[in-house]
Design a protein around this ligand. Structure first.
Ligand code: ADP
Ligand code: MG
Length: 440
């Protein structure tokens, strides 16, 4: 080991790891780690919290050990250790990192979302002093998460300690903390921030213990003027099983709804997205899409991607006719009328990879099966309300961190791999030709 400190070795290792994993993955799991000590054959890596520690231990131990061995000596055991001084900065990245594209600038404002946008901007600029809590609600794919991330980015830029977490992760961490008797750590993590951004709160409604814990967190933050922002798919009053105490607290501040966008807004969003993607899509094609997709901005984006991918794939000019063709199946199938279930999705994905559902649920780990399994996890997450834990269960009792990893992996692979992207679009639209063999 000589003169090189654990920190120096670890920095070199991070340099190598950085090129072996995707950028969001690196940011989420590795960026805020440190080389703490290196003695005999034990290398101790400091990590921000138990969530990251468990994740790395389970999923990346061998890659990390291999990398360290390459840099030092033939025999190394890695130990992940929560290192408390990193807690605050790191707890912010302990969750799938905030999407850097989701900013106030990239959010298209219209009558359907103006109040939510203005309120979000106001709490981001002036946390704890305008509306507290800010409660935003609206249907799927209307920009709630986008606004939360936008607040997060602005807070970061102003050196405000913000923590973004989905209610599902909050619940998982709470349950883990109880199991591991580390509730003090859990409590201090959530109560040491200036701003708590909690997404999809409807997830905890009815989970009494988690609600109770959230209630105390809420009070403590609120009493000390720290900003809380909450999103939900419905207003507090309409949440079944939500305790009265929490419900009334949610109504203390401002409640802002987000409605589906009108035609002009849909068109403006499509234009913004096409520009972001540097795709040259003629106005008529965008109008065509904006006419077709009405309820959901995510779907709007998906359709745009589908049309762009279609044009690239067939090297065709992007005309409204081509857009019509690309979107034909969506319209004719009335895809919305058939609710997607995990079972159905697993069958469809298996079919599209020429595998069986049993393959996806089983232990096979060859590349195709592994990818198909990850695609199934990704798509179930995208198209149903299943929790990560449920998704893991459906796919052969895998745990929720495996599912998180799969979703991130597929999302990033899609960026680089047009065939995968196309395949996923096809499955998503339910148009994958059944039983027909297609080389992939
Ligand atoms: P929700 O959390 O409400 O389900 P998201 O925030 O995930 O929805 O939004 C879905 C997608 O639509 C995201 O890619 C987001 O950037 C985009 N989006 C939604 N509303 C807008 C908007 N007003 N301007 C730009 N993009 C939007
Ligand atoms: Mg969301």
């Amino acid at each position: 080991m000589g003169a090189r400190s654990a920190q120096e070795i670890w920095e070199a290792a991070l340099g190598e790891l950085q090129v072996q994993v995707t950028k969001p993955y690196y940011r989420t799991w590795l960026e805020k780690t440190a080389g703490l000590s290196f003695q005999d054959n034990q290398f101790v890596v400091g990590v921000p919290n138990t969530f990251v520690s468990e994740y790395l231990d389970k999923n990346q131990r061998s890659l990390i050990e291999k990398t360290l061995i390459g840099l030092t000596q033939p025999n190394i055991k890695v130990l992940f250790q929560v290192s408390p001084e990193r807690e605050t900065s790191a707890s912010q990245i302990a969750h799938p990192a905030c999407n850097s594209k989701y900013t106030f600038d990239s959010f298209v404002v219209s009558n359907s979302n103006r109040l939510a946008y203005a309120a979000a901007l106001s709490v981001a600029e002036n946390p704890g002093h305008s509306y507290n809590p800010l409660f935003m609600y609206g249907g799927v794919g209307l920009g709630k998460t986008h606004l939360l991330h936008a607040i997060y980015h602005m807070a970061q830029a102003n050196n405000i300690r913000a923590l973004y977490v989905s209610a599902e992760q909050f619940t998982n961490e709470f349950v883990d903390a109880i199991r591991e008797k580390s509730t003090d750590e859990f409590r201090s993590k959530y109560r040491s921030v200036d701003m708590l951004l909690i997404d999809d709160i409807h997830f905890i409604s009815g989970k009494e213990q988690t609600e109770e814990s959230f209630f105390h967190t809420f009070n403590e933050l609120h009493n000390t003027n720290r900003q809380i922002v909450i999103t939900s798919d419905r207003p507090p009053k309409s949440m079944p099983h939500l305790g009265d105490r929490l419900c009334s607290r949610f109504e203390w501040g401002l409640i802002a709804d987000i409605q589906p966008p009108d035609f002009d807004t849909r068109l403006a969003i499509l234009q913004a997205k096409a520009e972001q993607e540097k795709a040259n899509v003629p106005l008529e094609a965008l109008e065509f899409i904006a006419h077709r997709i009405k309820q959901n901005v995510r779907e709007l984006e998906g359709s745009l991607h589908r049309v762009i991918a279609y044009a690239k794939l067939f090297r065709a000019l992007l005309t409204p006719e081509l857009a019509a063709q690309a979107l034909e199946d969506i319209a004719s199938k009335g895809a919305k009328s058939v609710p997607v279930t995990p079972k159905l999705m697993i069958e469809t994905v298996a079919n599209s990879f020429q595998l069986t559902p049993a393959d996806l649920k089983g232990r096979k780990r060859d590349q195709v099966t592994a990818q198909a399994r990850q695609v199934a996890m990704y798509l179930i997450k995208q198209t149903t309300n299943c929790s990560l834990a449920q998704i893991g269960q459906e796919l052969g009792n895998r745990n929720h961190s495996t599912v998180i990893h799969a979703c991130q992996k597929i999302a990033s692979d899609m960026d680089d791999d047009p065939y995968l992207r196309r395949k996923i679009f096809d499955i998503q639209q339910g148009t994958y030709p059944k039983q027909k063999s297609r080389s992939y």
